[in-house]
Write a protein that binds this ligand. Structure first.
Ligand SMILES: *[C@@H]1O[C@H](CO)[C@@H](O)[C@H](O)[C@H]1NC(C)=O
Length: 328
């Protein structure tokens, strides 16, 4: 009843005005007005909104491409600069040091008489021209007699295979970090190997040496014997079972060396949550190099450090040109 009365009262006031308007203006003018209003509202809202979203998307793309600049990964030269010299030779180390890499990975194998060399079975087989020989088959004397210049021309002068101690004397003070990739092989396998490695590290006073190995038991031995040394273990697919080994399987180890195709955001996040650094190996092509940057790994091991450095430099320039600012 009350509403009815209110309508009754209201109608003459309001209705009077509208009726008068209707009398003087044609009907379409109201429609036109509404359309103009819509157009104004549309122009006021949508283009700025569109550009805002577009800009945000652009910023996201730039951030994805450039965020690694806040925390660039260590550039680790695999066996030194293996593109310009034979891997694990003094030449390869010199080239890597000259191009100012952050770190060098050295392959470590033990001779039959227990001396550690910066040498990989694969490289020994090339030098000795024998596809079945292993470092542990030869004595220190036999290895020292081998001449690298027989298979690589243009050596800078040092034709001999360095012992680990010789290598560390040159490398350790010239880079931020040294990775010793400890190989296990005949005749002694793991017997006393952790001890031997630690004694060379101590003799060379290598404060920036970290040790990793495919052998978990060797890595664990190192952790047990030298809690101060940074140790890493390897994540890869077991060739016999086809299964990837567990990412977080070693408590005392601070570094996980991951075969680079297995790296993804989830893996990096999981490792970082457990306070472990992710070192991706061995990354020799541009696309996976970019992928490693986007994923924010802590170090990239590559046989071509100069190429990786060039790629990082190009990306840095692009990012700065696109307005990305690096926090300091
Ligand atoms: C290759 O190395 C193996 C292991 O040391 C040795 O038994 C063999 O005689 C070598 N072969 C040649 C052709 O030197």
């Amino acid at each position: 009843m009350a509403i009815f009365e209110w309508r009754q009262r209201r109608r003459p006031l309001d209705g009077g005005v509208t009726r008068r308007r209707h009398l003087f203006r044609p009907l379409y003018s109201r429609k036109l007005k509404r359309m103009i209003l819509f157009a104004v509202v549309f122009l006021a809202i949508f283009p700025p909104l569109f550009f805002h979203l577009k800009l945000r998307r652009f910023r996201q793309i730039v951030a994805r491409k450039c965020d690694w600049l806040h925390r660039p990964p260590l550039v680790c030269a695999h066996g030194g600069d293996s593109t310009r010299a034979f891997p694990n030779t003094m030449d390869a180390y010199s080239y890597a040091i000259r191009s100012q890499v952050d770190c060098i990975e050295v392959d470590v194998s033990r001779s039959s008489d227990g001396v550690l060399f910066a040498l990989h079975n694969r490289d020994l087989q090339r030098i000795a021209r024998n596809s079945s020989v292993q470092v542990g088959d030869l004595s220190m004397k036999q290895i020292k007699e081998l001449d690298v210049s027989q298979i690589v021309r243009g050596t800078l002068g040092n034709r001999r295979i360095p012992t680990l101690e010789d290598a560390l004397a040159v490398i350790s003070n010239s880079v931020r970090q040294v990775i010793l990739d400890a190989k296990v092989g005949p005749p002694m396998y793991e017997k006393g190997l952790a001890q031997d490695i630690l004694s060379v590290i101590e003799k060379a006073q290598c404060k920036n040496c970290i040790v990793w190995a495919k052998s978990d038991s060797l890595a664990r031995d190192i952790i047990k014997q030298a809690p101060d040394i940074t140790v890493g273990y390897i994540v890869m697919v077991d060739p016999s079972t086809g299964v990837r080994n567990n990412l977080l399987r070693m408590k005392g180890a601070r570094v996980v060396g991951v075969y680079h195709p297995l790296t993804d955001e989830k893996l990096v996040r999981a490792a970082h949550r457990r306070n472990k650094e992710v070192y991706a190996w061995t990354v020799d092509d541009a696309d996976p190099m970019k992928r490693m940057l986007h994923l924010g790994v802590d170090a990239v091991v590559t046989s071509d450090p100069a190429m990786f450095q060039g790629l990082m430099e190009d990306l840095r320039t692009e990012c700065l040109e696109e307005g990305f600012s690096i926090r300091t």
